[in-house]
Design a protein around this ligand. Structure first.
Ligand code: ADP
Length: 495
């Protein structure tokens, strides 16, 4: 449990949820892990245990995949009138919205993020369910142009049984991005939340049951990568694996999928360039660039972690950015006014503080920040701006996943594009300019799945999202989710 002082800030429903015994959701039943094993989920603001959660193992994975298979094969979800599926998804969306405060507090305790941002995430999650609810009865096939004696048409059918493995940085939103499209198109799924943040996924399981989702359609396994994620990814009974997380684990998932030949979508790491031209409106570019790197304590796959600034505005921009960084208040996510919560885990704290040491050792200068926050057991680090960064430094190439910005300067548009593309990643990017030609040239030139122009970081259920290069395979959200969660069947008729 959280400490007494923090408990006083929690809603009764959150306290009740936290004290309930935690179980796996398999085939509509809440059950313990077959091994009886559990693990602690930790409050990153205090370094204390919140509660114990089941550690699912290979036997539980097998049961969950079988439950999803049974549900899929008997058609209780895949074969019903799509409007009935939509009704359930709308009900989940409504419940998520009604319980957004509760979900926000659960995610704040479990992940550390400021509760206002966690609330926004819960609302976004509701919007994702609502968006995909609208898709349920709008899945069309095609009539193919063929020789006169043949009539060919296509059907879009559900892929089948999905294994969906999500990270800890946006526990509610990542669950929604995975589960909502899978369900909308008639699939059944096994969801594995990250071991750092298992709680809101279990709460989602309760909501889905109350919304009338049939048993076995959504199964939820809490556990870590080794015991739970790996056997799930390698399970021969899967038709589809969807993963969001590190590029390193993404490679393992792809290898594991070779057993089942499940279709794979991967949303992996990033080192996204945020490019500022001299004609940019700095009153917008500075605060939004700060948002781009400090939001969620920089633990965002699309974080604008490489700031590329035209050398003519470099000094002015750095000065304003430094002031902006100092305005991002670090603290307990349950406190009013906190903008930067703790990092999610001790491991993440070690990783980020290691990069805070690597930067200066490579010759970068610290314009602001650069240290762990002292005097607390929580995993807090200061919003940090490194200047004098060179493209080949590790802090310019490697994903830090913390509130750490690497600033570089460029001479002209071609150099900006070259620098932007000089990483193994290609997830997101942004360009700040009032000049249309520059904006379009950069948008075309950057090899990344998203290019924001004069904004940083917005997300919308209707906007497809995914990566080029080592940032992933496939697209989530928007119309392209259809490709990820349906199979095309071609039907031939001889006339
Ligand atoms: P991060 O480095 O940001 O913690 P990871 O890629 O390690 O992200 O983890 C993302 C998700 O992948 C988590 O749910 C984690 O448990 C899971 N995971 C980690 N290792 C494996 C693995 N070998 N196979 C399947 N899932 C894994």
């Amino acid at each position: 449990m959280a400490t007494k002082q923090r408990e006083a800030k929690l809603l009764p429903e959150v306290l009740e949820f936290l004290t309930q015994p935690k179980r796996l959701l398999i085939g509509g039943e809440w059950v313990e892990a077959a091994s009886g094993q559990t693990f602690a989920t930790i409050d990153p603001a205090t370094d204390e245990e919140i509660c114990q959660v089941p550690l699912a193992g290979a036997e539980d994975v097998d049961r969950a995949v079988s439950a999803a298979r049974e549900a899929f094969e008997d058609g209780r979800w895949s074969q019903i009138d799509p409007r009935k599926r939509a009704k359930v998804l709308y009900a989940i969306a409504d419940a998520l919205e009604q319980k957004a405060q509760t979900i926000a507090q659960i995610d704040t305790i479990d992940n550390g993020k400021p509760v206002g941002f966690a609330f926004g995430e819960a609302i976004h999650s509701a919007q994702v369910y609502r968006y995909f609810a609208g898709w349920c009865d709008k899945v069309y096939g095609e009539t193919n142009p063929t020789a006169p004696q043949t009539f060919i048409y296509t059907l879009r059918e559900p892929v089948g049984v999905c294994g969906q493995i999500i990270p800890w940085n946006f526990p509610s939103a990542m669950a929604a991005w995975k589960v909502a499209p899978a369900l909308a198109f008639g699939n059944c799924t096994v969801l594995k939340p990250a071991e750092e943040t298992p709680l809101s996924a279990l709460f989602l399981g309760q909501i889905a049951q109350e919304a009338g989702l049939p048993d076995g359609v959504l199964n939820i396994l809490t556990g870590d990568g080794e015991n739970t994620g790996a056997p799930l990814a390698a399970h021969p009974g899967l038709d589809k694996i969807a993963f969001t997380g590190s590029t390193e684990v993404g490679r393992k998932i792809l290898q594991a999928s070779s057993i089942s030949l499940a279709r794979v979508t991967l949303e992996l790491g990033g080192k996204s360039p945020n490019i500022v031209f001299p004609d940019a409106d700095l009153s917008q570019a500075v605060p939004q660039s700060a948002f781009g790197i400090f939001f969620n304590s920089g633990q965002v796959c699309t974080a604008g972690s490489r700031l590329l600034v035209d050398k003519r505005v470099h000094d002015q921009f750095v000065e304003q950015m430094t002031a902006a960084a100092q305005g991002w208040k670090v603290g307990d996510g349950l406190e009013d006014g906190t903008m930067v919560g703790p990092l999610v885990s001790r491991q993440q704290l070690d990783r980020v503080t290691n990069y805070l040491a690597i930067g200066p050792s490579e010759g970068a200068q610290v314009a602001t920040g650069g240290k762990r926050v002292e005097g607390t057991k929580g995993y807090f680090v200061e919003p940090t701006v490194f200047t004098g960064v060179k493209p080949d430094m590790r802090i310019a190439q490697e994903e830090i996943f913390g509130p750490v910005l690497s600033v570089m300067s460029f001479e002209d548009t071609d150099e900006a594009i070259r620098m932007a593309n000089d990483t193994m990643y290609g997830l997101a990017s942004a360009v700040w300019t009032k000049d249309l030609q520059t904006a379009h040239k950069v948008a075309r030139g950057i090899r990344a799945g998203t290019v924001w122009v004069n904004t940083y970081g917005p997300s919308d259920p209707g906007a497809s999202f995914g990566g080029f290069k080592a940032s992933g395979i496939g697209r989530e959200l928007g119309v392209h989710a259809l490709d990820a969660y349906t199979e095309v069947k071609t039907v031939w008729m001889s006339l």
